[in-house]
Ligand binder design. Structure first.
Ligand code: PAF
Length: 298
């Protein structure tokens, strides 16, 4: 078990890139905000199968947090993260400071705006969030220059935004979506789960269970999207959630069509102050949950 090499500066990345090119080795990047759990480790496991070296970036990106969100409280656990990454055989960790990524300060930073897919859902509930994500991911891509980058499907809209920016900005990077890891009761793993009280934690699996109920209704032929969404929101409220949004969309996040054979149901809901998100794809006549198809970017 070897501790990954810790890099904090851009010039170190450049040197490593030169060495990698010389040795004709490929790199897979796993961008994270740290506080790593089994979901992140499954991204690393996938990344290991796709390139010679794996780099995890750890950066709590201030640009993607709104003024009333949990930027200050977001758990920073670098030592524990490095230990977990050593266990799964991650080669490199890039953990820059805010002044490395935004040397002139956030307000003077050029931004990346991804139209359409950034709109609605989390995009309208968290104004500026996807601009912050797209900006930091573009910078990480330029700094680290990977051949492959892995992201979790739990953040379905984020993955769609990243696929589009990669295509639109001509990054020569393969974007790979990795299925959501869940606890045994169905709750999607998230760093924010640790904010839940024990009562909230007992209610939390209801979010995925509700998505499964809507998926079952779609599978058995119900196409009354608005009714299904309203019923699900009411059900979540009964369970004790404050639903933020609950929407059925086409896989490319446009409006759902009744004659389609696949949809994605996306949900965000508060339990107390903690905002949970989750999603579920529904594919008719499917042999299983496929996730976003890397060869068919949305
Ligand atoms: O999903 C996350 O952890 C973050 O949004 C990301 C992609 C690392 C950008 O800060």
């Amino acid at each position: 078990m070897t501790t990954p090499q810790l890099i904090t500066r851009a010039d170190e990345l450049r040197l490593l890139r030169q060495q990698r090119d010389k040795a004709q080795k490929t790199l897979a990047l796993v961008p994270t905000m740290g506080n790593l759990h089994a979901g992140h480790l499954s991204l690393v496991e996938t990344a290991k199968t796709l390139a010679d070296q794996v780099m995890v970036s750890i950066f709590v990106n201030p640009l993607q947090f709104g003024p009333n969100e949990d930027f200050d409280a977001y758990p920073r656990t670098l030592d524990a993260d490095l230990a977990r990454l050593a266990e799964v055989g991650c080669d490199l960790v890039f953990a820059p400071s805010a002044s490395t990524l935004y040397p002139e300060g956030q307000n003077h930073q050029t931004r990346v705006l991804v139209p359409q897919v950034s709109e609605g859902l989390c995009g309208s509930k968290r104004p500026g969030h996807f601009e912050g994500v797209a900006t930091v991911v573009s910078k990480l891509f330029n700094l680290t220059q990977p051949q492959v980058a892995c992201f979790g499907e739990k953040d379905y809209q984020q993955l769609s935004v990243i696929r589009k920016l990669t295509q639109d900005l001509n990054f020569p990077i393969q974007i790979v979506g990795v299925p959501t890891c869940r606890d045994a009761d169905g709750l999607a793993l998230s760093s924010r789960n640790q904010y839940l009280s024990s009562k909230e934690r007992s209610i939390a699996p209801g979010l995925f269970a509700t998505l499964q109920q809507t998926a079952a209704a779609l599978t058995t032929g119900n196409r009354q999207f608005h009714h299904l969404e309203e019923d699900a929101r009411a059900h979540l409220a009964e369970l004790g959630f404050a639903p933020d949004y609950y929407e059925i969309r086409a896989l490319d996040l446009t409006a759902p069509k009744v004659d389609a054979s696949a949809w994605v149901i996306l949900a965000a809901a508060f339990l107390g102050k903690t905002r949970l998100i989750d999603n579920l794809e529904v594919r008719l006549c499917d042999s299983g949950r496929g996730g976003q198809d890397p060869s068919n970017p949305v």
